[in-house]
Ligand binder design. Sequence first.
Ligand code: GLV
Ligand code: MN
Ligand code: MN
Length: 398
Amino acid sequence: MIGVSSDRFLADLHILRSFGASGVGKGVVRRAYTDADIGARKWLVERIAEAGLTAQVDPVGNVFGLAEGRSVLLGSHSDTQPEGGWLDGALGVIAGLEIARAAQESGGPPVSMVSFQDEEGRFGAITCSAVWTGHLPLEDADRKPDADGILLGDARKAMADMAGGFVDPARFSGFLEMHIEQGPTLDMAGEAIGVVTDIVGSRQLRITFRGRQNHAGTTMMHHRRDAFQGLAAFTTALNERFRNVVTPGTVWTIGRVELHPNAPSIVPGEVRFSVQWRDAEDDRLERMEQIVRDLARDCAEERGLGLTLSQVGALRPVPMDPRLRAALADAAAAEAPGRWRDMPSGALHDASNVAAVLPTAMLFVPSIGGISHAFDEDTAESDLVTGLRVLARAVATL
Ligand code: GLV
Ligand code: MN
Ligand code: MN
């Protein structure tokens, strides 16, 4: 067993929270490449060096703490959503740091750790693990814009003083990511650990309806080409058209809407919005995409609106590695007997990308009330520590 310190692990988790602490509960705002994010990465580099590991930051800002020789890689991400919690990503990073550090101290097996950059998709989705694993060429990543039109290639210049070369994935024997569940299953069951079977797939489109901006008092209803009316029709019809295709496990979200010019006395000239859907079967994701595209075209045609559709991301469902899964399951059975289960992940994770280049598995700890991507995301400290112990035990058996 690797002799981890739960006090040191919890203390570091709380220090990481201070970078971008939102002031609301334990909330955090730490978007990729902002001052808070870069400050947190600099702090992590210091902890890595202190632990006797070699810090290496790659050109896109993924931070590695490397043990010598061939090692297992542990980690997650330390950027957050525009409104995020203190554990989403941070938990896996600090658990990785603590286990790598403890292994170093006790002359245990070589363990490396990583904090991936832009998992939360300021520039896409799980962006910089996609670059590291070769899913996304660096030149293409650099051209990706955020919501304000800033390009990743320009944003990453803020980390240029830290950046070295890319780390070769072949130096690692496998990847384990510990994460909060971000859903209610474990919390409702009173269980402590989830061993992930598969990570769902996801697709996202950006849609624009262009109408005719005009005066809201003088433009007769039958003369209008109102972009918002197009969106209203689209959202109402979407659930109906999905009805015979989806399962109770399928989810879809219109999470971002920008109305132009967004003023009470102007018939809206343009609306831009995101449509995202997730499911465990790629086939179903494909059929849903056809429905979204057909419906957008119908809504635009019926109202004389212009239409632009672009795909922002497409990720296939990913099964976890059986051998690593078994190691996590055995460790969970030892540390939390009768209080663990196998379960799928409805959230995306860097592990989806890493699974293409390394044997990969994940474990979950409960999220109180199933809340995440919100300031009030939280987990009982006893559950955080149980997760740490399960991960350390699994690593020791590999
Ligand atoms: C990442 O957190 C996602 O599941 O969107
Ligand atoms: Mn997240
Ligand atoms: Mn996450």
